[in-house]
Design a protein around this ligand. Structure first.
Ligand code: AHR
Length: 501
């Protein structure tokens, strides 16, 4: 029996819109080609940023964008990315293919991108190879309103007013590419760097510490004890602790991954979906540790890197992480977003990696063309949950099993918006079977239900530049209002968004 029970009356926690956040790094063709084409490009652009990509991303209501990395952040020296572009020094992007980075996209260009997207900037500072002084000056450059050497420099570079910057990351993956540190060492560095990343005037930084990779619970334990503990003098020294978890078949010694994004059979389908669901266990266990030190939940869990990671597309640079995106990724996106919604008391931001042309992207570009991926469509369908109030759901689902894996076939989450409309998002991971689901709706008498669905006939269905609309949402007619709620026939391998009013 497949049943979902929800009670609108017990809804009380807001789903922070930032759960639908994004991450864009100086990696492969994400920044350059993906966003930045330069003011002289024939590709339509506004101040160097391509218009087609911005317009597409505005439609999914990107709330927050994390930049410049990733591993790149801990070797980025922000002063190289300001001033006249032709005079900016170059650097080698050692993590991502050893290519030359010309620094044409820097702080001003990133802030311009966020302005065009109408999203909040989330800047990640350099702890691994940068100094306290350098990080402190960057914050001063971006946010100080008075007169100082940094603000004079900013004015000289064409920006008299400070930007408003809330989210600031103090390093990235400092257990790995960000310095190979032990948590005890990083915790002290976090306290030091975080202190000198000052609040200027009304600009109050929301400091995000590097958190654990996957199931490294010791890292969380140490960070919460040393910097997230509400018994520390004053208050916790951090506002958020970042968790990174990628869904992949297998990580190879060189950091690359096994498994094609598009050439897989049913065992590859279920394996990735099952591994995506591990996110729930990770959030629960890290949250339990956080609760011990921060029972009032002042410190947020920020899942600022997540998504699927496969072998790169054949013929592309192995370190550019360019991959295609199928219905399998759509299911992982839907189930992950459901998980974040369920845990919205602690999870207050998540940033899928990496928006354009890298990993589980929303948009792929080829010269002057773009295509929208199945994951893009899931984000568009789920945008209704942004800042709505989460309605707890109890999902009783049959299992879908294949090979050594078994997962609940149906995933769901729900929210109620300011207009009193109930939004339920669901997915069916079973590639063979349509599943009838009874949804018991309590605390609300909805009489109309409408829906949209993302479905395609094949597990590996995806959009290409030749056929960009193969996978796209359509009207869903498989739900009807019944006495106690809804009766829904969930099509095989589909994602559905319902609105009940
Ligand atoms: O998103 C790609 C990389 O994955 C990031 O640079 C790094 O933080 C993580 O290991």
């Amino acid at each position: 029996m497949n049943e979902i029970t929800l009670d609108v009356k017990i809804a009380r926690t807001k789903i922070d819109r930032n759960i639908y956040g994004h991450f864009s790094e100086h990696l492969g063709r994400c920044i350059y080609e993906g966003y930045w084409v330069g003011e002289d490009s024939e590709i339509p652009n506004v101040r160097g940023i391509r218009t087609d990509v911005v317009n597409a991303l505005r439609r999914i209501k990107v709330p927050v964008m994390r930049w410049p990395g990733g591993c790149f952040a801990d070797e980025y020296h922000w002063m190289d990315g300001i001033g006249p572009r032709e005079q900016r020094p170059t650097m080698i992007n050692t993590h991502w293919g050893g290519v030359v980075e010309n620094n044409h996209f820097g702080t001003h260009e990133f802030m311009e991108l966020c302005a065009q997207l109408e999203c909040e900037p989330y800047v990640c500072g350099n702890v691994g190879s940068g100094t306290v002084h350098e990080m402190s000056q960057w914050v001063e450059y971006m946010t100080f309103d008075g007169k100082s050497p940094m603000t004079d420099l900013r004015r000289q570079n064409g920006r008299p007013d400070p930007w408003s910057l809330k989210y600031f990351g103090v390093g990235n993956e400092n257990w790995g590419c960000g310095g190979r540190m032990r948590p005890e060492y990083y915790a002290d560095l976090y306290r030091q760097y975080g202190l000198y990343a000052r609040d200027y005037g009304d600009n109050k930084l929301y400091r995000i510490a590097c958190g654990p990779r996957n199931d490294d619970y010791h890292w969380t334990e140490v960070m919460m004890a040393q910097a997230g503990n509400d018994q520390l003098p004053g208050e916790p020294y951090m506002d958020g602790l970042a968790l990174h978890y990628y869904t992949s078949v297998r990580r190879l010694p060189d950091g690359s991954r096994e498994g094609s994004a598009t050439q897989f059979d049913e065992s590859g389908w279920i394996e990735i979906i099952a591994k995506g669901l591990v996110m729930d266990e990770l959030i629960r266990k890290h949250s339990t540790i956080m609760d011990k030190y921060d029972p009032r939940q002042k410190v947020a869990m920020i899942v600022d890197e997540w998504g699927t990671w496969y072998q790169v597309e054949p013929g592309t640079h192995p370190r550019f992480l360019y991959q295609q995106n199928t219905m399998r990724d759509a299911i992982v996106a839907a189930t992950s977003l459901d998980i974040f919604n369920h845990h919205c008391d602690r999870v207050r931001m998540a940033n899928i990696a990496q928006t354009v042309n890298v990993l589980q992207a929303m948009v792929l570009t080829q010269n002057d063309r773009i295509l929208l991926t199945p994951t893009y469509h899931v984000f568009e369908m789920y945008a209704v949950h942004q800042d709505a109030t989460m309605v707890p759901v109890d999902v009783q689902s049959e299992c879908y099993a294949f090979g050594g894996y078994s997962v609940p076939a149906v995933s769901a989450s729900a929210s109620i918006d300011d207009d009193g409309k109930l939004h339920i998002t669901l997915s069916n991971a079973n590639p063979h079977k349509d599943i009838p689901v009874t949804v018991f709706v309590r605390g609300m008498k909805g009489s109309t239900v409408s829906g949209r669905m993302l479905q395609s006939g094949a597990m590996s269905a995806h959009n290409t530049f030749e056929n960009p609309d193969k996978v796209k949402p359509s009207t869903f007619t498989g739900a009807k209002a019944v006495a106690d709620g809804l009766s829904v026939l969930m099509p095989k391998m589909s994602v559905v968004a319902l609105e009940v009013a």
